[in-house]
Design a protein around this ligand. Structure first.
Ligand code: FMN
Length: 379
């Protein structure tokens, strides 16, 4: 099914009482965007085992409640990358949000600002990074995809600095795209010129492959960034640089040694290799490897305040929320994004209260049933 934008139903202007949790937005989104667009945003890679696993591994974990604790001075405040945040919920970078809402990332930014949430803006946003920055006074980070030409990578970086972004996330987990079966079956096609930030760059040069050369190794991967490029990028900016898409503890350690300011433990929401572990399953091992002080974020399957709590208990300093933001945007624009984030925050506060944790520092493996099992399942 494909709709022209004028056929799209109007977005909700109030939140109906039956919309009670984050996952309700995904169900409702089907009424607001065409099926193939939903397939693009909802889908994972290949047979979607990784996508499913991200959720299963959150729900498999159980919490100990602690009764009669005094949390009357409780708070979700935290400090991350030198910034004071009201809560540890960050919007993950999600491409092409103009596909679900005419205002795209501009509305997402407004929604995030309304609830003091930090937003990471994708290189592949539908609106220019400068315009998105102008729509929010809340902290924003820029997600960088390495470009074929260094000058283009540098140009994006300088624009992000000038626009006031306070951190840079370099996404390193999908230099070559994994299979996207659901998306392909749906017939999804990106509109031309969908990525506003890249419109001024010349089209990528066509690589002439030698006879017998591999399209993947000598073609796509020959353009991909390496550890040397991370060292180079570090020298180009004073912004904190985080690597997004790390699952192996040794890669996280290498990032720290190269002067990165943190890493995002992530399997790209089940859109990289289908056999990657759930990001929550490798978090404790990454935390052990990098030490207590190194900033770690986690994304992949976070859908409730209890999920946020579990990620913090296993060593994350903050979590990123991916798909729920576009589903909320599709249903109710900035209002939906703000409501979705507020619901998550309140669920986190309820979970903290019932687990006897008055602040984020009090959350730890002691709240999880079988924390020893957590560590033995790590790489
Ligand atoms: C449709 C879609 C587009 C995405 N676009 C980007 C992107 O442009 N840059 C990036 O670093 N990650 C991108 N991601 C990955 C997210 O930042 C994040 O890692 C993932 O969505 C988290 O999982 P969740 O959706 O289960 O919360 C995308 C994910 C989806 C589903």
């Amino acid at each position: 099914m494909s709709w022209s934008a004028s056929e799209w139903p109007a977005k909700l202007t109030h939140i109906p009482p039956e919309l009670v949790c984050v996952e309700d937005y995904e169900r409702l989104a089907a009424q607001f965007v065409p099926e193939s667009v939903l397939a693009y945003f909802s889908g994972g890679s290949a047979d979607e085992h990784g996508l499913v696993r991200n959720r299963q591994r959150f729900t498999a974990r159980q919490l100990y409640s602690r009764v009669l604790a005094d949390v009357s001075q409780g708070s979700t405040r935290c400090r991350l990358l030198g910034q004071e945040l009201e809560h540890p919920l960050v919007l993950a970078p999600l491409a092409y949000q103009g596909l679900v809402h005419p205002q795209g990332e501009l509305d997402t930014a407004r929604g995030a600002e309304a609830v003091d949430a930090c937003m990471a803006v994708s290189t592949l946003s539908s609106y220019r990074l400068e315009d998105i920055a102008a729509h929010s006074s809340a902290p924003q980070w820029f997600q960088l995809y390495w470009q074929e030409r260094r000058a283009d990578t540098l140009s994006l970086l300088r624009r992000a600095e000038r626009a006031g972004y306070s951190a840079l996330l370099l996404t390193v987990d999908v230099p070559v795209q994994a299979l996207r079966n659901r998306q392909q079956r749906s017939g999804f096609q990106l509109p031309a010129q969908a990525a506003a930030n890249l419109s001024e760059f010349a089209s990528p040069a066509t690589v002439e492959l030698a006879p017998g050369a591999s399209r993947v190794f000598q073609g796509i991967m020959a353009q991909a960034p390496s550890w040397q490029d991370i060292a180079w990028l570090r020298q180009q900016t004073d912004l904190p640089l985080l690597l997004k898409g790390v699952t192996h503890p040794d890669d996280a350690v290498r990032a720290r040694e190269l002067g990165c300011a943190g890493v995002v433990v992530s399997n790209h929401g089940g859109r990289a290799l289908d056999s990657l572990p759930a990001s929550i399953d490798v978090l404790a091992a990454v935390r052990m490897a990098v030490g207590a002080e190194f900033p770690l974020l986690l994304d992949g399957g976070v859908r409730s305040g209890e999920d946020v709590f579990k990620a913090l208990a296993l060593g994350a300093d903050a979590v990123m929320v991916g798909r729920p933001q576009v589903f909320a945007l599709a249903v109710a624009g900035a209002l939906g994004v703000a409501h979705m984030l507020r619901s998550l925050r309140e669920e986190l506060e309820v979970t903290m209260s019932l687990c006897g944790c008055a602040n984020l520092a009090a959350i730890g493996p002691q709240s999880l049933v079988n924390p020893a099992g957590e560590l033995s399942c790590c790489v």
